[in-house]
Structure formats: C-alpha cells, structure tokens
Design a protein around this ligand. Sequence first.
Ligand code: GLN
Length: 557
Amino acid sequence: MSAKYIFVTGGVVSSLGKGLAAASIGCLLESRGLKVNLMKFDPYLNVDPGTMSPFQHGEVFVTDDGAETDLDLGHYERFTHAKLSRDNNWTTGRVYEQIIAKERRGDYLGKTVQVIPHVTNEIKAAMKKVAQDVDVAIVEIGGTVGDIESLPFMEAIRQMRQELGREHTLFMHVTLVPFIAAAQELKTKPTQHSVKELLSIGIQPDILLCRTDRFLSKEIKSKIALFCNVEEEAVITAKDVATIYEVPVVFSREGVDTLVLRYLHLNAKERDLKDWEEIVHRVYNPKAEVTIGIVGKYVEYEDSYKSLKEALVHGALAHNLKLNLNWVEAEGLETGDRTYEEQLADYDGLLVPGGFGKRGIEGMLIAIRYAREKNVPFFGICLGMQVACIEFARDVCGLADANSSEFDPATPHRVIYKLRELRGVEELGGTMRLGAWPCKIEPGTLAYRIYGKLEISERHRHRYEFNREYEGTLTAGGLRISGSTPDGTYVEMVELPDHPHFIGCQFHPEFKSKPLEPHPLFKTFVGAAYEHGLKRRADRLAAEVEMFHRPEKMGRR
Ligand code: GLN
C-alpha cells in the first residue's frame, strides 16, 4: 500500500499556525484509525535550528535520536503518536549539504547539478522516506508562498502531484481572512492573492483553512470558493481558539477529516475524539487555579519555551487546574525595586528552566535558595538542576565559590563541569549531549515515586554536567542523587529528601509530555504546587485572623 500525502502550505502572513493545523489534521486522521507521519521543510539555510537563538526562532525541539529540530515537531508529537526523528525535519541548508557532499564524492557522474532535478529529487526522496509504513504523510512547507527560498519545496510538491495523481496527494493551504474593523467586514482579497500566487507555481489548493476571528458566513465561503476554484465545502473556518487543543475539535466540526478522506479516496472508521473533547472541557471548566513562576534569563518570548509551557499546561490539566504562568526575570531578583521575597511570595511553585550562558544565574540562585528554605515546590530542568546543585554547594555545604565552569572557568569548585572535555569530545559524541539516554532511578526516592519505575529514558541537550568529585560533599549535606545513567557516568536527577518537593533533572522531560499523556514530573510538580498554594493561603488567612484578634502580638495596634 502506498501512502497518501497532504501538503500544507501557508499564505498571506507567517504565524498562521500551519504547524498546529498539520498536527491537528494528523490527530483527526489518527482518531479514525489511520496511521500518520508528519514532516516539516524549513526554507532557511541553517543546517538545523540548533545554532539559532530561541528568542528569534523559537524553541529547539529535540527528538529521541538527538536531532535539533523546529518547534512544530513538538506539536506533531503532542497531537499524534508519530515517532519523529531527524528524517522529519529538513532545511534548505541540510538538503544542500547532502547534495554538495554527493557532488564532491563524484556521485553525479559528471552531470551539472541543478535545483531541478537534483534539489527537488532530494526533497521528494526525503518525503517518500517518512511516508513508508503509514497511511498518510502530512508534509508542512515552512515560510509563506511567494518566498524565494521556498520555491524548490513548492516545485517538489507540484511534481509529487504530477507523479502520484490526485487520489494520492492533497494540497491544503492555510490563509488569512482578516476582519477589518473600519468596514466591519471580513476580507477575502488576501486569500485570493495568495491562491493566485500558488497557482502561478502550478499548485491548485484543494482545501483552504481560513484563519479568522469569527465564523465565515455561507456567502463569504462561496465567494472564496468561486474565486479560488475550490469546493465551497473545502473553505474551512479555522477560527481562533482559547486553547490549541481545541483545534482538532474545531476542524472536526467543519468536517475537514471527512473531506480529506473523500479527496484521498480513503476508507476509515468513525472518528473518536472523546479524549480531546475531555481535554477541551477541562480547559474551560477548571476546579481551581495554580500559579507557577518560571525564573529565567529573559522575560519570555512567546515561542522560546514552547514545550515547557505546554508540559506545565498538561500537568495542570491532569489535576483539572487552570495554570497561571508568570515569567520572573532572574536579574530583576537581584536588582529590582521590590525585594526578591516580595517578587516570589505569590508563587505556588518555582521552576528554573534550561538555558545557556551566565546571564541571570545569580538571580536563579536567589530563587532556588528561597524555594529550598521556604519549602516552595521547586523543579529545575537542565540548567535549573545545575544551578540548584551550585546553590546547595554554596549555601548548605559551605563551598562559597562553587560554580559551573560554563559561568566561571576559574572557579575552585567546579560542581558542574564538562566531563567530556576531560574524556575527549569524540569519545562521548560531539560537543552537546543530545537525544534519548537511559537513566536508572534509585528506589525509595521522590523520583521513583513520580515515575513508578527503575529505568526511564529522557531527552537531553547540554554540554555541562554534575561533577562526581563533589558527590560525597553534597550528599553528606543532604542532597540525594536519585537518577544516573546505568553506567554511573552522568548524574541525571537530584532531589532534597527534607523538602516537600525539590527535584532537578539534567534532561528535558517537557519534550515528551502530551495533553493525553502528561509527563509525571510535570504532573507531580503542579500537584505539589497546588497543595502548597492551598497551605500558603490558609497560613496567610490564619495570620490575618491572628492579627485581627491580637494585634499587639503581631507588632501592630
Ligand atoms: N548550559 C547548560 C549546559 O550546556 C544547560 C543547557 C540546558 O539547559 N539545555 O550544560
């Protein structure tokens, strides 16, 4: 059986949610029992996003095989069961890298190497590779139609239709239908122009997903259908929603999946979206709230910690809670107008996420000490775990200058260091430790209670690690190492047994959390934060009552 392809392109402007649309279509097709895979082509020249700033390009999503990929792959994994790898994300840079390597090897046997056919063939081969063993491969083309960079990808998908025919390929175009306040009208012109642009490169879209803030009337739909040469039924209202997990449900109401099956001549069972509807129900009907503070280098940029934010949402949904997420700028804890106690007092839980570089570290240390001393649930991820170890070494074990060699190469106490630098980078695989590694959990620890098993596998992206030379000192002070690689080389998890919930991990559990399968580390952290919040409010109320009855004892009259 050969797979069918859905090609997702975007028009008018970027950030229309092509990735979410692709992921949601995948989710809908899975809900009908079909097997899907998803892939993304990014037209930029970087070989992968690993070297790009998350504050420019958004988070770097890491797959099990250690590929540093576009954040849309995170959506694909959260919405479907597809197993993604480096095969699922290609950039122009990577396509060219392959072609140039072949050219240097002489593989082209004297031929002139050209965009058509050599680049387009390479792109088509990459698509066919992920389409093996699935019913439908969903291929998202990054960028916007009309971009110079995306032309080879557009040409490749045009050729795919030519080769495989209409029954095996479907073009889905995500476009914008803006509401113009002055005219009190939805405007279809940008969509018409975008489709014209696609037509000029030989692609007639089959389905239009129209991003809009209100439902498209029948008149608007028939106007778009007429001008863009698609069926009226194929003009879909992709209305803004309060939660991204509502997108599959909204698409199902518009009948997108039924249309896809008809166009691709696929038979499938009735859709079953119960689980997703339940998630959406929870989003709209929380039983209470929980407030988490993320202490980081910068105040956040929308997409730079995508998976982390989603994982916290999943953790909150698991307890039927609404998540309030606030970013605490680490440097502001040192220098802000308000004291750090004032700034941190209203959080039910504190989290220090992954990151690189020295900026903000002192502020993170302040937040971690506060969480440790005040029994506030704490979760440190990657950099967050490293800084927690430094804080413990300094404030509990008396190693005043303890640091990571990343922030202070000359520190006398390198509690965090680059093990691989000592062993030779080659031996331990490149300069970054990337992708899935197994981890052994110590019985009787919080980590064991959370995971409920002795061996786990989680994804990594770091250069520095815990220095075992300090294990004796730190554990004597009360830190517990609760997870390590099976050979004992790397420390993967630490915790404080004397604290209600203080845990750090060297890996990034957020990459594996899904709304329907919330990651246990996030679920328990948010749960502990909620409990702490209840206690915090009860204590505050008790103090107020006390003050009311016995003001003299509280130093007030
Ligand atoms: N900068 C730290 C390291 O490279 C942490 C990395 C991270 O948090 N992803 O080890």
